[in-house]
Design a protein around this ligand. Structure first.
Ligand code: NI
Length: 223
């Protein structure tokens, strides 16, 4: 399942991110890519040692934690601290698959990849995220403060930026529900029961869907 979520960041958070990233130091993005992705990764990322790095990571993590749609769709077990990537004119990230395993403390499996758009659409041309799916290629270029979630199992790329600067935060999530299809079934049931509750309250139908949802979660969850 590929899902876009709008308004993940407040205008104030977006302003903090753009102001701080504008004056921060960036380094070559190749330092955090696997050996094969490194061959096609032409971007920059916020220096890990930058004074603002921890604050900005915390800001994005906080936004993900409080977003109920993100929580429902992803069921995060571990969220990798976000990387802030910058693409200037001519920069791109060629087709690659994300590393299956990441980090060391704790070692995690990437199930879901996330791109959170920080630059406004008017700030740059090009820079589309392109995800290869069985239904063909899908392009994403979202409003500032919106994010797209896509399976880490896919080949994907970032098209060259032809004007301006593209700033994004990227992260990877290990889900409590490893299988993407199972995750989608849980997400659909959860969405359906919430709509049902809003329409008609705590009915028998709501209870039965809630029971199915809870029992499927019990069946599929990995703790
Ligand atoms: Ni990637």
């Amino acid at each position: 399942m590929i899902l876009c979520i709008a308004n993940v960041l407040t205008p104030e958070e977006l302003a903090t991110l753009t102001t701080q990233l504008d004056k921060a130091d960036f380094v070559d993005g190749k330092t955090t890519a696997g050996w094969h992705a490194r061959l096609v990764k032409h971007n920059q990322q916020l220096d890990r040692n930058a004074a603002v790095a921890e604050e900005l990571k915390g800001l994005v993590m906080g936004a993900l934690q409080r977003n109920s749609l993100f929580q429902m769709a992803v069921r995060p077990k571990i969220i990798r601290p976000p990387l802030f990537s910058r693409y200037q004119v001519g920069m791109s990230y060629g087709s690659h698959v994300d590393n299956a395993l990441m980090g060391d403390q704790p070692l995690m499996r990437s199930d879901v990849s996330m791109t959170l758009f920080i630059s406004s659409l008017s700030d740059y041309d090009g820079g589309e995220l392109v995800v290869e799916t069985p239904q063909g290629e899908q392009e994403f270029k979202l409003e500032a403060g919106s994010l797209v979630l896509y399976p880490s199992t896919t080949l994907h790329r970032v098209e060259p930026v032809t004007r301006g600067v593209r700033l994004v935060a990227v992260s990877w999530i290990q889900s409590l529900v490893r299988d993407a299809h199972e995750r989608e079934i849980l997400f659909d049931l959860d969405t359906a029961r919430q709509v049902l509750f809003e329409k008609s309250g705590k009915t028998l139908e709501f209870d039965l869907i809630s029971k199915s949802h809870a029992n499927l979660l019990r069946k599929w969850v990995e703790l």
